[in-house]
Ligand binder design. Structure first.
Ligand code: FAD
Length: 440
């Protein structure tokens, strides 16, 4: 310690410093730390303690297995590298396409027509290995494709959905703006009617996949009606620019973009006829919140699996870490959380299937599950000690990836207030003082 401090004080002229400036490559983590297996060799799935699998149909079970195998084989070996580089691994898109999950519950138009539970379990299995891949798919499928399926014309569905279902084209979904995040209904991007179409003007921020998307679903305020409308903007449209956002600490593979729309022309046939007010986005958001709720479930499963293996591989004080009571308690708390999260997520799917699910149900599912997942991944991070901050062992990466999920598709707070409004009949989004002023 003394030697370390003195070299720092003297500005360090040691051989070590010379080596680091030459840039010797870092040791591969499996050589630098051989006592534990890195997540590139993904751990077995061991979190299904209460046998949730029994609640799935044989088709759902088979789909779950298929997704698990492909994610572990194709994505686990490359995910840390791409996450570190903050680049999207385009070469894996055909592997993700082979899962046949894009389009989820949508029937027809080349989409898989999965049950909502089947679709949800695929979200979890993708996120168990890599949350960025699951966000890439969710934005494309549960937001953009679903908006076209629920709010598009027959021609639009036929034109856009089949190639999106195959991942021959990729989509994004643009609602959020620099000045309108939680308060999305105040969005300022405008749509002005002109001969044969519309001119879009404004900015969008945080839009996943937007830097390379072929199809951009964009929400804008109709300058005549003052209502929110939806549009399909195509890559390369004049006046459209998407720039990658840098320096994210989570979901680093996902390419989030700032979008600039300057008199971008959208022909009449690309206006979504089913989006005539902000309320129409809720139809899509209710379903996609159910899907998003399964991301933290999957992330927690992966973290648990990693910890379960790691604690048995790593020894301290002459015993595996798994032998210490404190570590066992943390592991059990994580496992308990996962059982509860899965059951809440599953019940949400069943309520949706029986058409009993309300917006409040979906919001509470999303907010409560992310809260529990935050606790679960924090425990996992502790359990791995120093390696809990290295992306190579999954947990650090998962810990960071959970943060944006806690925030997007409605933050924890906003979703809690959606449920609160349903429970009490009182909307609490606007501070009381402002609500009072607007009544005066
Ligand atoms: C990685 C990532 C990917 C995303 N992808 C997309 C995408 O593909 N498409 C898209 O349209 N958007 C996307 N978003 C945007 C996302 O939906 C917003 O970040 C989210 O809605 C929150 O908005 P904000 O970040 O502006 O936070 P703000 O709205 O500024 O909120 C900041 C804080 O204030 C709290 N707060 C705000 N209002 C209230 C209130 N009334 N009462 C109490 N607390 C309040 C919030 O809960 C939060 O804690 C993405 C975001 C991230 C981080």
């Amino acid at each position: 310690m003394a030697a370390f401090s003195s070299s720092l004080i003297q500005g360090g002229n040691s051989k070590e410093q010379a080596n680091s400036s030459v840039g010797l490559p870092a040791l591969d983590v499996s050589k630098a730390f051989p006592q534990a297996t890195p997540a590139s060799n993904f751990p077995p799935a061991v979190s299904d303690y209460y046998q949730f699998d029994d609640l799935l149909t044989p088709e759902e079970q088979a789909l779950r297995k298929k997704v698990q195998v492909i994610m572990e084989k194709e994505i686990a070996p490359i995910m840390t590298e791409y996450w570190e580089k903050a680049e999207f691994p385009f070469h894996v898109i055909p592997k993700l396409a082979s899962l046949r999950i894009a389009g989820g519950t949508i029937k027809g138009y080349g989409c898989p027509g999965l049950s909502i539970t089947g679709s949800a379990i695929t979200v979890a299995e993708v996120a168990r290995v890599d949350a960025s891949c699951s966000t890439f798919i969710l934005v494309h499928s549960s937001l953009a494709m679903l908006t076209i399926a629920l709010c598009g014309s027959e021609e639009q569905k036929q034109k856009y959905l089949p190639s999106l279902a195959n991942f021959d084209t990729v989509a994004c979904w643009g609602l959020t703006e620099p000045d309108c995040g939680s308060d999305a209904s105040s969005l300022r991007t405008t749509a002005t009617k002109v001969d044969g179409g519309w001119l879009l003007d404004g900015q969008k921020r945080w839009i996943g996949n937007s830097t390379f998307a072929d199809v951009l679903v964009i929400f804008a305020r109709n300058t005549t009606t003052n209502q929110i409308n939806g549009f399909i903007v195509k890559k390369g449209a004049p006046g459209l620019k998407a720039t990658k956002m840098q320096n994210k600490i989570g979901l680093r593979m996902v390419q989030n973009g700032d979008i600039l729309l300057q008199k971008t022309f959208v022909p009449d046939e690309d206006r979504l006829p089913g989006v005539n007010s902000f309320q129409d986005t809720s139809k899509v958001l209710a379903v996609s919140r159910v899907m998003v709720a399964w991301q933290p479930i999957g992330i927690s499963m992966g973290v648990f699996d990693m910890c379960h293996r790691y604690l048995r591989e790593r020894k301290q004080f002459g015993a595996p870490l798994a032998a210490f009571q404190l570590n066992q308690e943390k592991l059990v708390r994580m496992l308990g959380n996962i059982q509860a999260m899965v059951l809440v997520g599953w019940r949400l799917c069943k309520l949706y299937e029986s058409q009993k699910m309300t917006a409040g149900h979906a919001s509470m599912g999303k907010s409560w599950i992310t809260l529990k997942a935050r606790e679960t991944v924090s425990l996992g991070r502790e359990l791995l000690g120093g390696n809990g901050i290295l992306a190579d062992f999954l947990v650090a990466k998962a810990f960071c990836d959970l943060e944006p999920i806690y925030t997007y598709e409605g933050t924890y707070d906003i979703n809690s207030m959606v449920t609160g409004r349903e429970l009490t009949g009182i909307a609490s989004f606007k501070p009381a003082v402002l609500a009072k002023q607007s009544r005066l």
